[in-house]
Design a protein around this ligand. Structure first.
Ligand SMILES: NC(=O)C1=CN([C@@H]2O[C@H](COP(=O)(O)OP(=O)(O)OC[C@H]3O[C@@H](n4cnc5c(N)ncnc54)[C@H](O)[C@@H]3O)[C@@H](O)[C@H]2O)C=CC1
Ligand SMILES: O=C(O)CCC(=O)C(=O)O
Length: 446
């Protein structure tokens, strides 16, 4: 989509200052493409260089992570933490451990996080981190040694009032445990609020594990309700089978839909009777196995070629990774009758795919709105830590539901106000942006 002239200059500057960071460029362009009507109404956002400042992280930390594998060999990975924007609160965002991680991925995720966290209504800034470490196939002891080495450097930069990491791809409760243990050891502080996604007996919140997937489904339910529909009887395809995907699958079933397919990086399974959440969770969370085991145990088809998006559905929930729906796959979804797409993952649809969805009148919710339930529940975990309290599952899930309904309403109201009715991308970008931009104006040039 074409950019307004002033925004185009800003985008060119971002390209020049951040060469080779394609995912970061994509995330910036997607936000800028919504801001034309905003800068026309509020030229001060450009005059005070708010948008240019937003595109430059406040701090970027890159560090060496040496560790010893089970055979006694020294391994070296690279660690990152990008502290992007703290106008609304301490930097907040997950850590990703995956071989594809480099600065451009961490910056795209950190940039998205600014607007998502703003939209969530919680007092949290945006940041993200991770490493090119590949946890796949590593023993628990190797994971622990890696996490301990990672935290030896990271602990200098984080804190309850500074920067609060959490999990993301490749980082779940096991890794958060090793990271928290090392933080506690090197600082000699039981500072519960320094990390979220902790276990329930050591400062964690009920519902945080389920929150991103549940939140995505709650958001989708609101989209359906806005069109006088429900999940009841709908065919749903979910990509991935990790943290976000698993709990999206569970909640879709609870709301009356049928998840007919899901995937992992080795392929996808189709189960016309509805994916069996308990079995999938057993394979993925406990055995750390491959999705083909599901197909073998249920005697259903597994495919290692093609795409999960070839499976016909009315609702698509991409919950695996960035750019996993390209233009061709978007066209296949449309041809097969898909009418709703809500992003559980961060930036899973390419710009061309989003354009095809828009042309076809698909109800499309971007990740920064639809998957904000995870980070919002992390903020609820921080609230519980600060008040030395523990909330019940029901109470916390109700709070998550209210937050997702609030985000949905803010997206639609803002889209309407700026002349883009029903455009969740415009609504999310503009509503997320304005709150941070106003805070930055109020805080002066810092
Ligand atoms: N965990 C959280 O609370 C949040 C996660 N997200 C985003 O959701 C997405 C998934 O994160 P998690 O579930 O936490 O990670 P995870 O590590 O638990 O699961 C990732 C899943 O995606 C699959 N996958 C990865 N690449 C794939 C590919 N090319 N094709 C098919 N499947 C692929 C993996 O096999 C795995 O099943 C990421 O984009 C992450 O940034 C967004 C908000 C919060
Ligand atoms: O819970 C958090 O702090 C971070 C979640 C996250 O990384 C995300 O929203 O993408």
């Amino acid at each position: 989509m074409a950019l307004d002239a002033k925004l185009h200059d800003i985008y060119d500057e971002v390209l020049g200052r951040n060469p080779g960071e394609a995912e970061f460029h994509q995330a910036v362009r997607e936000v800028l493409s919504s801001l034309g009507p905003v800068v026309q109404k509020h030229p001060d956002y450009v005059d005070a260089a708010v948008i240019r400042r937003l595109c430059e992280p406040e701090r970027q930390i890159i560090f060496r992570v040496p560790w010893i594998d089970d055979s006694g060999q020294v391994q070296i990975n690279r660690g990152f933490r990008v502290e992007f924007n703290s106008a609304l609160g301490p930097y907040k965002g997950g850590l990703r451990f995956h071989p594809s991680v480099y600065l451009g991925i961490v910056k795209f995720l950190g940039f998205e996080q600014i607007f998502k966290n703003s939209l969530s209504g919680m007092p949290i800034g945006g940041g993200k981190g991770g490493s090119d470490f590949n946890p796949k196939g590593r023993s628990d002891m190797e994971i622990m040694r890696f996490c301990q080495s990672f935290m030896i450097e990271l602990h200098r930069h984080i804190g309850e009032y500074t920067d609060v990491p959490a999990g993301d791809t490749g980082v779940g409760q096991r890794e958060i445990g090793f990271l928290f243990g090392q933080y506690k050891r090197v600082t000699n502080r039981y500072e519960s609020g320094v990390l979220t996604g902790k276990g329930i007996h050591w400062g964690g919140s009920l519902v945080r594990t389920e929150a991103t997937g549940y939140g995505t489904v709650f958001f989708t339910e609101e989209m359906l309700k806005a069109n006088k529909e429900s999940f009841d009887g709908k065919r749903v395809v979910v990509s991935g089978s990790g943290n976000v995907a698993l709990y999206a699958i569970e909640k879709v079933k609870q709301l009356g839909g049928t998840v007919v397919a899901c995937s992992d990086s080795s392929g996808y399974v189709v189960d016309e009777n509805g994916v069996d959440f308990d079995l999938l969770r057993e394979i993925k969370e406990r055995r750390r196995g491959r999705i083909s085991e599901y197909a073998e145990e249920k005697n259903v088809p597994f495919s290692s070629t093609g795409s999960v998006w070839d499976v016909p559905c009315e609702i698509a929930l991409p919950c695996a990774t960035q750019n996993e729906i390209n233009e061709e796959q978007a066209l296949t979804l449309i041809k097969n009758g898909c009418r709703y797409v809500a992003e559980g993952a961060n930036m899973p649809s390419t710009p061309e795919a989003i354009e095809r969805f828009r042309e076809a009148g698909i109800h499309f919710a971007p990740g920064k709105a639809a998957n904000a339930g995870g980070v919002a529940t992390s903020a609820l975990e921080m609230q519980q830590n600060a008040s030395r309290d523990t909330w019940s599952f029901g109470f916390t899930e109700d709070r998550l539901g209210q937050i997702m309904r609030g985000i949905h309403q803010r997206c639609l109201e803002t889209a309407d106000e700026y002349g883009k009715p029903d455009d969740y991308v415009a609504g999310a970008n503009i509503a997320g942006f304005i709150k941070v931009a106003d805070a930055m104006l109020a805080l002066g040039v810092v």
